[in-house]
Ligand binder design. Structure first.
Ligand code: ADP
Length: 290
């Protein structure tokens, strides 16, 4: 509606200019709407644990002569406080990946280290559900980059990027795989080099045997605060921000994240990111523009 009004007002101008103006204003409005939604979502997400904390502290005061009840309420307060801390931490992470140029302090980041770090981060959660985690970092022998062949068939496979952001992205994917899987299942992380027209890529696939994601939800899970099942996500300490962070990190590194899933069978999230040697070589080949 508003876009139409704008086009009517600027109609006397050249048609191309009109189109540009309209597009510009619609884009500005869209960004504004996204921002408003985001603030509303953040406020809502903050209000929930804060409200719970407030009620629980009243309950503690009322139950001061019942030590057992006090214990119980205090335990729940701790859960809500943890939720609040997670949310604030994820908001900070999200704003960081959105605002910082990840390639400003880019370096070759070893994939086997990233994978080990992501698995360490989830070891406790996986252990309590008896979920087995297995990884396979592999780069075929004789491919041009990497060199340094090591025992067990693993060569040096590295991504050109920001270590902290890459660790956050992969950590989130492995964490989700564990969170959205039933007990005694398997989470696999497989990394390999694939060639692509723009240069070699590192492909990291995180596969689970979990609840899966419907086609309808697949389109939305990368949005901030979108959760298929909010109650389940909250129960595992989820904030709905994880995949938004993953998507941002992938895009800002010149890569992508995709999902394959079958409901009730499991999911595979795949990150494709520029391989270290390739990206650096490309940057060095670029003419100096100053
Ligand atoms: P959350 O903090 O809720 O995990 P994410 O942004 O990481 O937020 O994920 C968004 C939603 O996508 C989750 O709430 C969940 O419904 C769904 N999801 C993410 N990863 C998986 C997975 N491996 N299996 C099934 N569902 C998943």
């Amino acid at each position: 509606g508003e876009a139409l009004a704008v086009s009517a007002r600027v109609a006397p101008l050249g048609s191309r200019l009109v189109l540009l103006l309209v597009e510009d204003l619609t884009e500005a409005r869209r960004i504004e709407a996204v921002r408003r939604d985001f603030v509303a979502n953040v406020s809502h997400e903050l209000k929930t644990p804060v409200g719970a904390l407030s009620l629980l502290s009243e309950a503690v005061m009322d139950a001061s002569d019942d030590p057992e009840a006090v214990q119980r309420f205090a335990g729940r307060m701790q859960i809500e406080a943890t939720r609040l801390t997670n949310l604030v931490q994820e908001l900070i992470d999200l704003s960081r990946v959105q605002n910082d140029d990840p390639l400003e302090d880019a370096e070759p980041v070893r994939v086997d280290e990233l994978v080990a770090e992501a698995m360490d981060r989830c070891r406790h959660a996986a252990g309590t559900k008896q979920i087995t985690m297995a990884s396979n970092v592999w780069a075929p022998e004789g491919s041009e980059q990497g060199g340094g062949r090591r025992a067990g068939g693993t060569t040096d496979l590295s991504i050109w990027g920001n270590r902290g952001q890459l660790a956050a992205a992969l950590g989130n994917l492995v964490e989700n795989a564990v969170n959205y899987s039933p007990a005694r299942t398997r989470v696999g992380i497989a990394a390999r080099r694939v060639s692509a027209p723009g240069g070699d890529l590192v492909e990291i696939a995180v596969t689970d045997q979990g609840i899966g994601i419907s086609d309808k939800d697949k389109e939305r899970i990368f949005e901030r605060f979108y959760r298929v099942d909010p109650a389940r996500s909250r129960a595992t300490g989820g904030t709905g921000l994880g995949l938004a962070i993953v998507k941002h990190v992938a895009a800002s590194h010149g890569g992508e994240v995709t999902v394959w899933s079958s409901e009730g069978q499991g999911s595979t999230f795949t990150l494709r990111l520029p391989e270290a040697g390739t990206a650096r070589d490309r940057a060095q080949q670029q003419p100096d523009l100053d």
